[in-house]
Unconditional design. Structure first.
Length: 111
């Protein structure tokens, strides 16, 4: 399995608002960070599921656009534009760490 496969699957599920398929791309002990904060913004697949159910996939305008994707070792770097969270798209860099075919850790940087 390529390191990019779970990232591609989560991206497709994100844009389809398919919560089950989206959550299935992440490990049970998934952790998300939003630097510069040092503490996690989400811990665990269940927390991820609840957050996206309540705060993202209930927004029909939500979609991501990939500007570029780079893989380095077990990390995938997605430069994205997120549509639907504000009047203008939000530019971000998502860094996904993949272990055993699932996303284990993610860092979300916003411009």
């Amino acid at each position: 399995m390529s390191v990019t496969e779970p990232v591609i699957r989560q991206y497709e599920a994100y844009n389809a608002h398919d919560l089950e398929a989206f959550a299935a791309c992440f490990s049970e002990d998934f952790i998300a960070y939003r630097p510069p904060a040092l503490t996690p913004s989400l811990e665990g697949r269940d927390a991820l599921y609840a957050f996206y159910k309540e705060h993202r996939f209930n927004n029909s305008a939500l979609r991501a656009e990939i500007i570029s994707r780079t893989a380095l070792g077990n990390k995938v770097f997605d430069h994205e534009k997120i549509h639907g969270l504000s009047d203008e798209p939000i530019e971000s860099m998502a860094v996904f760490e993949v272990e055993n075919g699932l996303i284990k850790t993610a860092w979300f940087f916003f411009g």
